[in-house]
Design a protein around this ligand. Sequence first.
Ligand code: PLP
Length: 384
Amino acid sequence: MFSILKRSVYLDYNATTYVSRPVRKTINRVLKYHWGNPSSGYQKGKTAYNIIENARKQVADAIHAHPHEIYFTSCASETNNAVLKTLSNHFYPKKKKIISTPIEHPSIMNTLDFLETQGIVVQYCPVDRFGFVSIKDLERIIDEQTFLICCIYANNEIGTIQNIQKISAIAKAQNILVMSDCVQAFGKIPVNVKEMGVDYATFSAHKLYGPKGIGAMYAKIGSPLEPFIHGGHQEEGWRAGTESVHNIAGFGKACQEVSNLISYANETGLLKDYFIEQLRTIKTDIRINSPSENCMSNTISVTLPNIGSKELMMMLDYYGISVSSGSACSTRINKPSHVLRAIGLSEKAAEETIRISLGKNIKKRDIRHTMKIIEKYLKTNRNL
Ligand code: PLP
């Protein structure tokens, strides 16, 4: 007989992270003492303004950019919308085509769908069974109408890390701009926008132990930049609106921890291997959808044949264990993951897939505990 205690185990760090203590302290301090409007000319306003500029430098330093290249937004979904829509506006109708991948986050995919209704042509470059972009196909589909290549750096569902440097080099040779959604990569692998060669990159604080409701755009100096929200002159007139000073300060603080987070991420690789090994001992026919190389060390996408992921997730949730089947933004739409479909999984296999994403504070015992519940689930459904 099993006796399994309910214990909270959070295994969904790609959905969001908790807010770290130093970040919380920073936010509370700003909320309590520095609530002035950063656009006000008196001392209280200037202090708030300086807090923002300090955070801008912290974000810039963490991605090897210049502070003038950083623009704050409310989240990465907004930033992805902003880059795609303002660039389309800038180039259309002279140039009409965006090349992307079929494994982007919904904030890219759905924006591209919308832009297609406005006359933009979107072509998706095929990916292989682990989600790697086919460079040959990319070179083939570029044409004189192409103004942008949009490619996620590290995939949120399967963990695949693209060779953005190579993609940028191909784009540059044809005078095409490159944007990369770096939301998941940031804090898990080094992000150096200069080495990557991108023109635009997007970020969100809540994936690296920062607060929700704050994102950022990197735009290389000299890249086209049209106002996204018209109004005041905040963010150089690109995005009007009084800044969320406490969240910006929290984002900056979170960025100071990035190198520690990356070293920590290297350690999660061992836990990930342990998890896969344990899973294989209780179910031999699993399929690991995450690549074994060039993959985020915290992310495991695993298909458990003949096991509905929804039922399994409900059971895990009952025991206090949080895992997901894919992007948190797609959880409520009840459709098999477009990422899993794009890498060749059938609808059925996609519905038998769960995503585990590890983060700070996960211990081997948490994995053993999770494994016990999965084993219990398999035993109670013996025909599986
Ligand atoms: N891009 C990727 C790859 C993500 O994983 C997410 C969040 O899950 C986003 C964009 C959207 O970020 P935000 O929640 O800040 O809008």
